[in-house]
Design a protein around this ligand. Sequence first.
Ligand SMILES: Nc1ncnc2c1ncn2[C@@H]1O[C@H](COP(=O)(O)OP(=O)(O)OP(=O)(O)O)[C@@H](O)[C@H]1O
Ligand SMILES: [Mn+2]
Length: 535
Amino acid sequence: MLRGGLKWKERIVLGLCVAVVLFTLVVVVDIQMDLGMSGRPLVASHGRVKYVVEDGPESVYGRFRNRLLQKTHSAAVTSANISKESLPNEISGLNGHIKDGAVSPNDAILSNDKQKDGEKPSGQHPHDDFSDIVDYIMLDDGERAKFRKEMDRSHPIVHQPTKEGKRKVRTIGEMKKMVIEKNSTTLEKFHAQISEDALYPADSPFVDQLLHEMATEAIVHVVQKTGGTQLKLIIDFANNMEALFKPMRFPREQQTLPNHFYFTDYERHNAEIAAFHLDRLLGFHRAMPVTGRLLNMTTELYQKCEGELLNTFFVSPSDNLCFHGKCSYYCDTSHAICGNPDTLEGSFAAFLPSSKVAPTKVWRHPWRRSYHKRRKAQWETDPNYCQLVREIPPYDKGRRLYDLMDMSVFDFLTGNMDRHHYETFKIFGNETFTLHLDHGRGFGKPYHDELTILAPVLQCCLLRQSTLETLIRFQNGPVKLSQAMRMSMSTDPVAPILWEPHLEALNRRLETVLRVIRDCLQKGESPISGNENET
Ligand SMILES: Nc1ncnc2c1ncn2[C@@H]1O[C@H](COP(=O)(O)OP(=O)(O)OP(=O)(O)O)[C@@H](O)[C@H]1O
Ligand SMILES: [Mn+2]
């Protein structure tokens, strides 16, 4: 019995051992087969599981972010993040430290990451010439329709609005019967030629003249502009022109504070200057000319203002003249604007025509953010939001929706999340361009690309053909967007206007816009479905 019992136990143990050995063998063979036959390493197949994205309504952009932006450079350099507020000394040091597009000392931090124009395009990946999009643009309307049918789409991704052909374009001067005389100011001449299509034509002689005069004319009077949240001054020049002044608060390198919402972010005067140049380079001509200028705090501000504004001037402990004005954000002693020791840099935007001559209509932007710490806007959770917008005038016909697409691309390039409203000239009705105003909150985060700014393009899959052609031209060079911006801004009195990482961001973001358009063209489905019946 004892021997027989032992044998049974031995048999059980032996059986278990054999089973373990066999199981191990099976596992090893399985691994071998997987590696040898499929050629796919296990790590990668496990890795794939991790990349599955759950597409809830909350993650409208999740798909795009994963598919389009996997290679996107993001938050690569944090050491360059300067979070302290500017001091007068830093401001003076800034004015002279970068010359003619040369690399600033701070850029040394970025040297590993840096790509010069003309070398490899944005990022480390090979140049993408987007020839597929170029091919599509070359097709005529019938061929495009066929292409879309083949792709099981009926929605026009790229479209040239028919109204924009050759036609008589009305100007404010004609409509208001303005008389331009010899002694009219350059600004009056500029106002008279504002048309229903744009603020100025490509060959306007008045733009450079305005920039020059705003940078050099004597300042005779200064008052604070009411409205808006941050400090702005209305500057009167000796030649009767007016400009909107935004003061410099920080060095170029200062980035948006991580805990600042877009609506509490400080305004940057250089963003206003850069946005004007970008708008001009992209061929929109919807932003008023803006120049930089150095002011004398005492003789050009303190002695030219009065009343409430004058009462906010004081002398700081380091003997600099400072002021803070009155406004809802950052207009107090702890956020004062100080001379260094007596100079102040700022942006000067040519003034819009007065509301008596050409009043503007203010529109709520359909893709505006909620401007609430916790609430979301409808477009953030509704994938079919564009379809809704398309049905509402003035977005249901004409150029308006295309203008919003341009604005979305423009704002994505600059990183401006503050587009709550936009304005048009009432005199031209609805078939007119949207003004590009208020860009002070752009160019704050050079290492972050805010894809939600592109929501209108992502959700509508729509872009004006001329805009797309311009983007492709800058993508394929020979002059890249960053280089064109560098050259355009180099003549500004307070150049260099942008910190190098912001210029690099422009090239990177431009490529992202093109990838979004490619995505619209390539997929059978719309990036966000629901707009299939649009013609
Ligand atoms: N170049 C200009 N000439 C005349 N008026 C202008 C000009 N640019 C802007 N404005 C007007 O001044 C208002 C406030 O300007 P802006 O939006 O730049 O200031 P803001 O303080 O940033 O405003 P907000 O905080 O509301 O964004 C605008 O709504 C616009 O009507
Ligand atoms: Mn603003």
